[in-house]
Design a protein around this ligand. Structure first.
Ligand code: PMT
Length: 218
């Protein structure tokens, strides 16, 4: 049994990809499997927290003791995040949220046309930035940064620009870690501190991340 460093705390975590419909049969998504976010949920529960897990479309079982809220699109994840965040002590955005969605979703299947077609996309709301900007009942807000280059610079930029307390950066150009793999390597950034967590299982890393957060909110 682990020391219950999150006893009495509520943690809300987003996990997995989002799915942005183009028409009744097609959508835009990404390679997130949900493993990292589900591991965080399991770790938070093991440390004594009450856990809400807002999950995009993934095929993973719900970790024991966690409340799962299934969503598909970024808009649905945004709505659910704004409902649960104000009741939470900690909010972690581990989902790979689509930055853009189709400007209009076709009501009928899009027919095959000429050799090229153009898709117009429109920006989705930034979920973690809107949680970090809550005027009252703002939870300790932790983001993730998935980068393929300039990892440190881009992650620190997101920490500041999105108004986060902490960000966990991973290099998703290496297929041994990041999307879909059972393993990952993370660098945790705060405004004035960083911790490097070398390659390990997502389950082990999740426990270390949750313990680091527990230490910060003490
Ligand atoms: O699911 P797995 O297969 O286990 O893979 C794990 C992971 C690689 C998906 C995970 O570790 C990870 O990096 N998650 C964040 C992915 C991502 O979308 O990163 P980003 O750098 O594009 O976004 C930065 C932050 O803003 C993230 O906290 C993201 O949740 C958030 N965001 C992004 C766009 C948006 N519209 N709203 C958001 O809240």
């Amino acid at each position: 049994p682990l020391p219950q460093v999150l006893a009495g705390k509520t943690v809300t975590i987003t996990a997995g990809p989002t799915r942005e419909a183009l028409d009744p049969v097609r959508f835009i998504t990404n390679h997130s499997s949900g493993k990292m976010g589900f591991s965080l949920a399991e770790a938070a529960h093991a440390l004594g927290a009450k856990v809400n897990l807002i999950a995009g479309p993934v095929s993973l079982p719900t970790p024991g003791g966690c409340k799962r809220i299934n969503v598909e699109s970024a808009a649905q994840m945004h709505q659910s995040a704004l409902e649960y965040a104000p009741q939470s002590d900690i909010f972690i955005g581990c989902a790979a949220v689509a930055d853009y969605r189709a400007a209009s979703v076709a009501s009928q299947k899009i027919k095959k046309q000429g050799d090229e077609i153009t898709l117009t996309l429109t920006k989705n709301p930034d979920i973690i930035a809107s949680v970090a900007a809550l005027p009252t009942s703002r939870p300790y807000t932790v983001g993730f940064a998935a980068e393929t280059q300039n990892v440190a610079q881009y992650a620190q930029g997101k920490l500041i620009n999105k108004g986060l307390d902490m960000i966990c950066a991973n290099d998703v150009s290496n297929s041994n870690v990041g999307f879909n793999s059972d393993n990952n390597a993370l660098t945790l950034y705060w405004k004035k501190e960083r911790i490097e967590l070398p390659q390990s299982s997502k389950k082990e890393l999740a426990l270390t991340v949750m313990q680091a957060i527990a230490e910060k909110i003490k």
